[in-house]
Design a protein around this ligand. Structure first.
Ligand SMILES: Nc1ncnc2c1ncn2[C@@H]1O[C@H](COP(=O)(O)OP(=O)(O)OP(=O)(O)O)[C@@H](O)[C@H]1O
Ligand SMILES: [Mg+2]
Length: 289
């Protein structure tokens, strides 16, 4: 309880997460180029942008799984990048993550999947673990599914179980990477309401990465759009919708052509298929003789 009071006392109006001039890349490739953005406390922030744009990368940077090359990444005012393993572990205890391809542990029951972070991060007595797990499963409508194995649940149910697992430790920040993918329209609406409800009732801060524009704009308080390694815009859903920036316009209006790159960087089409390439192909007529 004292921890709870401490968080309440420390909570301020400052953003819960802030990226200041952050740069990150893999090898030669820069993925995030001098990015600055903020995630307001207690709100639902949508992180949008084309596939391969670096959304999951940002979530992994916040969780400290990967480290920025330069710039700052503040979580509740503390820079994550230089943290020791022990400090990271403590920070991660305050975050929940619904992974994009977040599989459940196949050999653990639904109950044990949700209990996993509690067993890993706390030494709570078994009866308390049971109550917490059932409360979290209840929150996602799956209390009755506790004894099933992951192979016995549907894809949509698996996402909700992963969500229950992500909120097991009552995190201050929950990061949802594509929470709506593969859900039918009803489950999608339910998932969006659930995210909103969890955010508002427990006073969490949420980051939602999604390609479901309509649903996400309706859900979010704050929208950030990434494009070509930069923040194209950030603001309220209305502000972003009205943006005349060509990158934002292309994304919000789902236009196939525009300044947002579709192709993963590589050699030119001419180099692969044009005259320069054909001279190096061994199977031109007569080339094998
Ligand atoms: N471990 C890695 N090693 C090298 N490159 C990587 C690695 N992980 C991701 N990338 C590259 O970083 C870029 C950004 O990836 P990221 O997963 O953040 O994109 P995303 O915005 O989440 O895309 P999507 O919407 O498709 O999930 C991609 O071009 C990807 O190829
Ligand atoms: Mg991703």
């Amino acid at each position: 309880m004292s921890g709870f009071c401490f968080f309440m006392a420390s909570s301020s109006t400052a953003p819960l997460v802030e990226l200041n001039h952050l740069t990150f890349g893999y090898g030669e490739r820069v993925i995030l180029d001098d990015i600055s953005l903020s995630v307001p406390r207690g709100k639902v922030t949508a992180l949008l942008g084309a596939s391969g744009g670096g959304k999951t990368t940002i979530l992994r940077l916040i969780g400290g799984q990967i480290r920025a090359r330069s710039g700052e990444l503040l979580f509740d005012g503390q820079d994550v990048t230089p943290m020791s393993q022990a400090q990271l572990y403590a920070a991660r205890r305050r975050m929940g993550m619904l992974f994009q391809f977040g599989a459940l542990f196949a050999d653990l029951s639904v109950f044990e999947n949700v209990a996993f972070p509690l067993r890993e991060h706390t030494d709570l007595p078994e009866p308390l673990i049971r109550d917490i797990v059932l409360m979290k499963l209840n929150a996602v409508g799956l209390r009755g599914a506790r004894d099933l194995m992951p192979s016995e649940v549907s894809g949509g149910m698996a996402r909700r179980i992963a969500l229950a697992r992500a909120i097991a430790l009552d995190p201050e920040l929950v990061m949802y990477d594509e929470p709506f993918s593969g859900l039918d329209p009803i489950s999608l609406g339910t998932a969006a309401r659930l995210i909103r409800h969890l955010n508002d009732s427990i006073g969490m801060t949420s980051i939602v990465v999604s390609h479901e524009l309509e649903q996400t704009f309706a859900l979010a308080d704050h929208v950030i759009i990434l494009a070509n390694g930069k923040v194209a815009t950030q603001g309220t859903p209305d502000e972003v919708r009205k943006s005349t920036d060509p990158l934002v316009y292309q994304y919000v209006h789902a236009l196939p052509d525009g300044p947002v790159r579709f192709d993963y960087p590589g050699v030119t089409v001419e180099q692969d298929f044009g005259p320069a390439a054909t001279s190096s192909l061994p199977l031109k007529s007569g080339a094998s003789t």
